[in-house]
Structure formats: C-alpha cells, structure tokens
Design a protein around this ligand. Structure first.
Ligand SMILES: CC(C)(COP(=O)(O)OP(=O)(O)OC[C@H]1O[C@@H](n2cnc3c(N)ncnc32)[C@H](O)[C@@H]1OP(=O)(O)O)[C@@H](O)C(=O)NCCC(=O)NCCS
Length: 192
C-alpha cells in the first residue's frame, strides 16, 4: 500500500528516492532535538546519507521485511515511521518513529501509528504482536503507545547506547485481538 490515509491534512506515503532531500533537511534542522533520543544522527551528514537510508528501506520492503513511511502534513514531510524488521516465524514486529519538532503536539504520530497498525501490522501483514520501545525518560514517545492502549510489559536495562551513555527501555506490546477489540469498541461508540 503506497499511500495510507490519515486525516484531511495528513497521510502516510511509502518513502521513495525523491524524498531524500526534504527528509535530510528535516533531519538537519532538528539535529540537536532528535539526537537526544535517536542513535543515528552522526551518520547522517549529507543528502546522500538519507538517500542511502531510503534505498535500504525500499530493499527491506521488497524482501517483505517491513516498510517505512513518510508522514505528510499539508504537503510537507513531518516525520517518518516504520518497522525494524518482521519476524514471520513468530508473526511479530516493532515500530520506530520520529517527527520534526515543529510538527509535535498535533496528535500526528499517534494517528500515524494507529493507521499503520490498522492497514499493515494487523491488516495486510496479519501479525500477532507489535512492540514499541522507548527510553524510560522519553515521555513524549512513551505517551504514544500509552494513548493507543498498549500494555507496558517491562523495562530492559541499559538497552541502548546513545553517544555517551546507556538508556533503559520501556517495552510496550499490543496483540492482534486486543487491537481489534479496541477498534470495534471505538467504532460502536463505547470507546473512550
Ligand atoms: C516521540 C514524538 C514522535 C512524539 O511527538 P508528539 O507530537 O508528542 O506525538 P503526537 O504527534 O502523537 O502528538 C501528541 C501530542 O499532541 C496532542 N494532540 C493534539 N491533538 C491530538 C489528537 N487528535 N490525538 C492525540 N494527541 C493529540 C497531545 O495532547 C500531545 O500533546 P502533549 O504532549 O502536549 O500532551 C516526538 O517527540 C519525537 O519525534 N521525538 C524525537 C524522536 C523520538 O524520541 N523518537 C522516538 C524514539 S522511541
């Protein structure tokens, strides 16, 4: 699925080579803010580094190992989300995401993750489980699975090295049946 609708102003579009320039500049202007929680900023110095990343995601898509999308808001790239890989034997995956600072606070990522789960993870791919991991101190990121009804399953200690220190990760999980019952409760108007 190349385009996934979200709202009147926003949609998800599969990353393609033509997005490299806009994605690089969005990364570059947000460098100090993104660097606080993401480990790869020092590897992205030029447009060609972003182009290489996009090429990897296209290869990943062709190998049926998951897909990365750009989040487009009023015609501008606001951020990205995607899965790290798909474990087909156990029918599970994990999601990663980021937004430019100027696009925060509108509910864009919460809506993007919900659309991604509906259309791909529990739709087209029909997986059993999805996880979201965030540094325990990354409250804005943790709020996304919490808002969507994921269950907090535990904390992995010193799970990621961020430039000069380790961070612990909170692990959130959602199962297919839980997502479907949540979605049908929302549709029948009984959800909160
Ligand atoms: C993590 C990150 C994507 C969260 O961004 P965000 O804007 O807080 O998340 P959302 O787009 O879902 O928006 C939620 C915010 O919009 C508000 N909002 C407005 N309308 C909303 C709606 N319809 N639905 C949900 N939230 C809405 C919420 O109240 C919340 O604001 P608050 O934090 O002031 O309470 C962003 O901070 C980021 O990219 N950080 C740097 C990279 C990073 O940490 N990535 C994750 C690594 S695990």
């Amino acid at each position: 699925m190349k385009i996934i609708p979200m709202t009147a102003e926003a949609c998800l579009k599969r990353l393609e080579p033509a997005d490299a320039e806009e994605m690089f500049w969005l990364t570059d202007v947000n460098r100090p803010y993104l660097r606080q929680w993401l480990p790869w900023l020092d590897m992205v110095r030029e447009v060609k580094d972003t182009a290489r990343f996009i090429a990897l995601t296209i290869d990943q898509h062709h190998r049926r190992q998951g897909t990365h999308y750009g989040i487009w808001y009023n015609g501008r790239l606001a951020g990205t989300l995607g899965v790290h890989s798909i474990d087909w034997a156990n029918r599970k995956t994990s999601i990663g995401y980021w937004l430019g600072a100027q696009f925060q606070g509108k509910g864009l990522m919460t809506q993007a993750v919900a659309a991604y789960l509906d259309h791909l993870v529990f739709g087209e791919w029909d997986l059993e489980r999805v996880a979201i991991q965030a540094a325990t101190g990354n409250h804005k990121s943790r709020a996304i699975p919490e808002r969507l009804g994921f269950r907090l399953e535990g904390v992995l200690r010193s799970n990621e090295f961020l430039y000069d220190h380790y961070v612990d990760h909170a692990v959130y999980g959602m199962l297919a049946a839980e997502w479907r019952s949540r979605t049908s409760a929302d549709e029948s108007g009984s959800g909160t």
